[in-house]
Ligand binder design. Sequence first.
Ligand code: AMP
Length: 498
Amino acid sequence: MPENHLFDSLSAYAGRNPEKPFALRVGHEPRSFGQLFHNAQRFAAAITSAGFKPGDRLAAQVDKSLEAIELYLGVVAAGGVFLPLNPAYTASELAYFLSDASPSIVVCDPARENEIAPLCNKARLFTLGSDGSGTLTDALTDALLEPIARTADDLAAILYTSGTTGRSKGAMLSHDNLFSNSQTLTEYWHFSDSDVLIHALPIFHTHGLFVATNVALLSGATVHFQSGFSPDQIIEALPTSTSLMGVPTFYTRLLADPRLTPELTANMRLFISGSAPLLTDTHEQWQTRTGHRILERYGMTETNMNTSNPYNGARRAGTVGLPLPGVELRVVGAEGPLPQGEIGTLEVRGANVFKGYWQMPEKTAEELRPDGWFITGDLGIVDKQGYVSIVGRGKDLIITGGFNVYPKEIEALIDDIEGVKESAVIGVPHADFGEGIVAVIVPENERLTENNVNAVLATKLAKFKQPKKLLLLPELPRNTMGKVQKKALRETYANLFT
Ligand code: AMP
């Protein structure tokens, strides 16, 4: 049989233990590992019959479902490239991704079929709803596709990251980028088939799609598969679970619930946090309330996971831990690598690092050095024991509720509104979301109102990107070079939400 690097690795456990439950869902029968991969091969056969070829992209803007996971695995089996998209993206945002990635198949929510059809160019459009029904599942037959041969360096996925210049970049991830990182994490975090993992993360992002899903598949862990983050569902699942992967917002929201106690979490062995900074305060409160020390790790779309606090050693609040096995990390300044203890840009190298940005060789060359070092854009420092702390972001990325938002994209839309002179979008501390988005706007005249701006943004931007607060000011602070001082704005409005 030809080898398909990622599919064969992820399905190895399922091959040995087809009856083992993979997913538990309230109100449904468990879905076994065997059923999951059987369905994946049916999806692979269905898309292949629809004309999908090895190397083609399949763009999926669908709600979280087990069928969406099967579709991801099916695309990999068919030798293709899976391209998940946030369901919150509007049609105008989607138009860019579809024209940039030129997928041969697009899969969308049944309710949005008419809206998305005109954006598909030559791609075939199918639907897949949150309950697993739609024209794509209708196209499934008993036919199974034998996995198409793919090598370690072939692409398995493209995940779009927001670009600092406003345009998203498609990070090309190979079979081995994904497999090697999930293998490293499985071992580092001691995952096995005795684990029950709470899976409440979205599956259009590296955290939920690759970290949580691939680790569970590889280790044989069962997941409590939840459609999204709900404190009630997590609290219900905790007594029968061993592990949770979440963004900091999960932890702050759970801390607000009086049901969170040591008894409730007595069966748990591991709480993991990542995708945005976990406040030391949250880490400490969690330990007081549950007796568990959250394990914080650091990664990004382009690199998978880079560092993690240790499983057995000290988990240090406010740090993202040590470079993972097989990942090299260095701190670099304007003149080159810096000695330990100095702040600079973090660079990483290893099998985890992506293959470059889809059809953007210049952007790739700017961020990925020829010798394999990737310039993360995060500013960090390494202490004497090797623990890495992230001290800021070179780029002005805002992370709100675990989602990345680049100010430039919002500023460009605001600046286009009639009556706006200019704008600056910043993130300031927010107890619930980590950072809350604030748009500082300089009006051209008195006719501009907050309602005007909000009405325009509501039609153009996904909800998570819409500012939580608009401030109308006579001017923006600038330095002598004429650059807007976002740092000063962030300081002035640091307590806006607290
Ligand atoms: P994404 O590509 O969406 O995964 O976002 C990656 C960015 O999230 C990184 O470049 C960091 O700026 C940030 N990030 C991820 N994990 C952490 C963490 N544990 N602490 C601080 N920032 C983080």
